[in-house]
Design a protein around this ligand. Structure first.
Ligand SMILES: Cc1cc2nc3c(=O)[nH]c(=O)nc-3n(C[C@H](O)[C@H](O)[C@H](O)COP(=O)(O)OP(=O)(O)OC[C@H]3O[C@@H](n4cnc5c(N)ncnc54)[C@H](O)[C@@H]3O)c2cc1C
Length: 398
């Protein structure tokens, strides 16, 4: 439901701080400025925003993958299978990258209880590789067994934004215990991401993002997209007060977009190409190893020499374990040729249009009806072209 999506955006806009003024509105320096005491000098005007070249012929990649959603939230628990301890760590919905570090801490804590110094991690998406890194930092020797490793695994096809409560559970299952666990995982991950700022290749960075709307921001915008989905809780706005910087409502004239209502907030983004590569290299440098392997059944875990395993198979857990609680939620994204001068993102309410200024391309995403419980990964190029055409309406002169 669109209203739910807005409420989560409202989490992003946490405590909108009135209708503050943009730097672009600052008056030009007076000719007498040099004589003014420091602190009274006007600050230089901000550069205007660079327009996005939104054209279908600039689309260089269109991809589809499925979010591994569980109504109950991710499964993080230990189970004895034959003579192996298997710690399950799957079902992170639309929040896998965002929660990966905190979730890995939970799973590794369970794995450490077995007392082994060598463990196996099954799977090498966002969850597997991060779990492997956290296990290494805890002093364990780790071997990853996976059908595919990054960048071939599904996680590589994510949008790449901090979205820790995106399809992470249903409202019905957001118990106090789950909320406490979620807040712990989200906070730990957020803190870890702040330690990755400023690194070569910018695996993680902050970018301003604009919420655009044809109706006031505190009113539902319509537009469908999530209408056929269950009710999701807005955990970030409820539980993470003060963790991320506030957003700001903008008055008309304080932004260049041809819509009556807008707000700006700082967004944390993941440049997934650089970030995935960094994680893989860090894993190898810390002595980790990979083995290509597809498991048909959990009985095959008995073949492994490690006695403790962490199962990070994502949507693959549904087939591997016969776990039908893992529901596919389809998501299609496209990338336009990178524009390094575009340093802002967009979310256009009512059109469900999401744009992320990633270094490996301007990512364009439009949520479509019928994506819930849909494992079809066939590319729908017409939807991408429609999303890009919609985006172009914001930049008539580009
Ligand atoms: C369109 C889209 C956009 C998204 N955007 C964001 C976002 O902006 N921010 C965010 O935080 N999250 C986002 N997500 C969610 C995030 O991508 C997922 O939660 C995350 O990728 C799940 O990671 P995973 O490691 O569990 O799964 P996967 O990436 O699927 O990894 C599973 C691994 O297990 C292996 N495997 C599976 N089955 C077997 C088997 N039988 N034998 C051996 N190996 C096996 C696979 O080969 C793979 O290595 C998005 C998801 C989608 C679809």
């Amino acid at each position: 439901m669109q209203r739910r999506h807005f409420l989560r955006q409202a989490g992003a806009l946490a405590a909108l701080a009135g209708s503050g003024r943009l730097l672009a509105q600052t008056p030009p320096p007076s000719p007498h400025a040099a004589a003014a005491p420091l602190g009274q000098l006007p600050f230089a005007a901000a550069k205007p925003l660079a327009p996005i070249k939104a054209r279908a012929d600039r689309v260089v990649a269109v991809t589809v993958c499925t979010r591994p959603f569980r109504a109950q939230g991710p499964r993080i628990e230990a189970e004895r299978i034959g003579r192996r301890t298997v710690v399950h760590q799957y079902g992170h919905g639309g929040s896998g990258w965002s929660l990966s570090w905190g979730s890995a801490q939970q799973a590794v804590r369970l794995a450490l209880a077995g007392g082994d110094s060598e463990i196996a991690v099954i799977g090498c998406g966002a969850i597997g590789i991060t779990t492997a890194r956290v296990a290494q930092e805890a002093g364990l020797k780790v071997r990853i067994y996976a059908k595919e490793t990054l960048p071939a695994s599904r996680s590589f096809l994510a949008t790449g934004v901090w979205s820790p409560d995106s399809r992470i559970c249903t409202t019905e299952h957001a118990s106090p215990a789950f909320k406490a666990l979620w807040a712990q995982m989200a906070t730990a991950s957020f803190q870890q991401y702040q330690r990755m700022l400023g690194l070569a290749g910018a695996p993680v960075e902050w970018r301003d993002s604009y919420v655009l709307s044809e109706v006031p921001l505190d009113q539902p915008a319509g537009g469908g997209g999530e209408d056929d989905e269950p009710d999701y809780p807005s955990l970030e706005s409820e539980l993470l007060h003060g963790l991320r910087p506030h957003g700001l409502k903008l008055d008309p004239g304080e932004h260049p977009f041809p819509v009556p209502y807008a707000a700006r907030y700082p967004g944390l983004i993941f440049n997934i190409s650089a970030y995935a590569r960094m994680l893989m290299e860090d894993f190898l440098h810390a002595g980790g190893s990979f083995q290509a392997r597809e498991f048909e059944s959990p009985r095959q875990f008995a073949d492994l020499r490690e006695k403790t395993l962490i199962n990070c198979t994502g949507y693959g857990a549904r087939a591997l374990l016969g776990d039908e609680s893992v529901i596919p939620v389809r998501g299609q994204t496209a990338r336009l040729i990178p524009q390094p001068e575009v340093d802002y993102g967009l979310y256009w309410r009512g059109h469900n249009l999401n744009v992320v200024p990633r270094r490996d391309g301007i990512l364009v995403q439009a949520q479509m009806p019928g994506d819930f419980n849909n494992a079809d990964t066939t590319i729908d190029r017409a939807s991408t072209d429609a999303a890009v055409a919609q985006l172009a309406r914001l930049f008539p002169a580009a």
